[in-house]
Design a protein around this ligand. Structure first.
Ligand SMILES: [Mg+2]
Length: 280
């Protein structure tokens, strides 16, 4: 029989970050497929929460299928899908200009919103939403600026990650585009829906009808996954298969003792070298 380690015995809902926890680039992190099956066998729900807004949830279902992990689209909470849910609470059938990719576009359209692209429409735009856009350019930036400064558009962002880990290197993240819009409008986004803000985790807890004490997040970044998890009051597990190292965690712990300015929410409840270590 497989049993969970003591700290996770009460677990009913496991929230997995994707990059650095389930896969890295296009490679499955060893055994994660088996670990997810074992959690399912223990009647623990598994869902996925990623800050990446570029892919649709259907694309993630397909990607995990390649690794023999079965899932359905409602198991994924991306910064794009979370943004679409939250924006819909603010306004139905909104007109939106995005700096972003297909994931953000499809999620917003699926909720009944219209994505505008024409420069002339700036006066009718309700929201400018900024996420990672690998075709980001000066023209898009100038339209966003105009909608916000000359029109009535409100500025929101999917996430503010400064970097995007891709296989063996780092690429610029959504935060770069968010900063560009901030700089040319002198406005900050009203809300950033991705981690480390807990919108996504709160939405998951609500939709899965689970109290925070029975949920945990497995994440590889302290300043997004672990911070969001602690803010939402769930169990936080740092898995050292992605960005964060043991040294990073030790440094945060040490610095938090030395300075009150260091946010203790960056400290995970549990540190694991690998997800295999959740079982005894
Ligand atoms: Mg990650």
């Amino acid at each position: 029989m497989t049993a969970l380690i003591d700290d996770l015995k009460r677990l009913k809902l496991a929230i997995f970050d994707l990059d650095g926890v389930v896969y890295r680039g296009n490679k499955l992190i060893p055994n994660v497929d088996q670990i997810i099956k074992r959690l399912n066998n223990l009647s623990i729900q598994v869902v996925y929460n990623s800050n990446n807004s570029t892919a649709t949830r259907e694309m993630y279902v397909k990607k995990l299928k390649k690794y023999n992990i079965s899932s359905n689209i409602n198991d994924f909470y991306t910064s794009a899908s979370i943004t679409a849910t939250e924006i819909t609470k603010l306004k139905q059938k909104a007109k939106i200009f995005i700096i972003g990719e297909i994931g953000l576009k499809k999620e917003l359209e699926a909720k009944g919103h219209t994505i505008l692209t024409e420069r002339d429409n700036f006066e009718v735009v309700d929201f400018v939403i900024v996420g990672l856009d690998r075709d980001f350019n000066y023209n898009k930036l100038s339209i966003a600026q105009r909608c916000i400064l000359d029109g009535n558009a409100l500025f929101y962002a999917t996430n503010s990650d400064t970097t995007l880990p891709v296989a063996e290197r780092l690429m610029p993240g959504a935060g770069v585009m968010v900063n560009a819009v901030e700089t040319c409008t002198s406005q900050k986004p009203i809300k950033i829906f991705g981690k480390p803000n807990p919108f996504g985790i709160n939405l998951i807890l609500e939709e899965r009808n689970t109290e925070p004490e029975f949920a945990c997040i497995f994440g590889d970044r302290l300043n997004t996954d672990i911070l969001a998890g602690n803010r939402a009051g769930i169990i936080t597990v740092a898995v050292l298969t992605g960005v964060a190292t043991l040294e990073d965690v030790e440094n945060i712990k040490k610095n938090s003792l030395l300075s009150k300015k260091v946010d203790r929410n960056l400290i995970p409840d549990i540190i694991l070298n690998s997800l295999d270590n959740i079982f005894i």
